[in-house]
Design a protein around this ligand. Sequence first.
Ligand code: GDP
Length: 326
Amino acid sequence: MKRALITGVAGQDGSYLSEFLLAQGYEVWGIVRRNSVPEHQISRIGSLGDLRLEYGDLLDSASLERCMRLAAPDEIYNLASQSHVRISFDIPQFTVQANATGLLNLLEVYRRVAPEARFYQASSSEMFGNTVDPDGFQRETTPMNPVSPYGCSKVFGYHAVRNYRKSYDLFAVNGILFNHESPRRGSNFVTNKVVKTAVQIRHKLADKLVLGNLDSHRDWGHSKDYVRGMHMIVNHEVPGDYVIATGHTHSIRELCEHVFSRLGMDYRDYVVQDAKFMRPSELTYLRGDSSLFRSTFGWEPEYTFEALLDEMIEHWESVLGRRDGS
Ligand code: GDP
């Protein structure tokens, strides 16, 4: 039985990856941070099976070492981070500590305690910032030019993983994932915020949706499709870094248009803008070219943009629709 250790196991990707690995027969160890609110996404997964949860923190190397020794992993997935871009402007130092220093702490424990394991780093399309290749895509070779503390911290992580791979001959890899969503996405990310609030409006539980920039574009996929990709990269014969993306892009306005019209409404009647949701600098356009990843692994996403949003709408309908009895 293979053994995996996942940081950030309580988040969206951690919970889907745990389910995926448990279904493959893995013994899965997850690191959770102590939090005043004990509820998290991991409680949503159907069967806990062989999932073992341990308290730990990327900023507490002793806890990482304890978890690494307990889990004795074949595969390590570093999914923990302060992952909200706008909030990274409010708490830049914590963001860098968790995403950059925290990763370095984990790499050091990995190198000393479990160097035979394979290591996956959750790198991000935010690393590209506002660089787009002349054909309108970002890919592995696109220069990185981050525009947020979050993006800067992820660029450090990306290079640290490559540096450790080369310096210490470790199987350490990056997945450069474009935005990926699901009903388990935090509801302060734009997809889930739009869907949740639109469903609330439909059931008269809210009367408007307050957003920031409506003109930025994102390449949105489904987290479930992307965690399969993480596992593929980790299980390849040779270590490498790959972009995972759908190759399609939509503006926030188009997202609103689609979600509200699925619910029989016109978004223009409900969406208002507030500067508090704008960012000091914005990444305006993301569209990923994942041909290297697709041709190497034969991966194709199962979810379209529409199917992703339909699943999220269904989720919020089942949670909120019940409340007004409709
Ligand atoms: P990100 O791409 O990782 O920053 O993911 P988000 O879902 O947080 O944001 C995606 C895009 O939606 C960004 O361009 C935001 O500026 C834009 N956006 C517009 N209004 C909002 C809002 O109210 N909340 C969030 N989170 N993003 C918003």
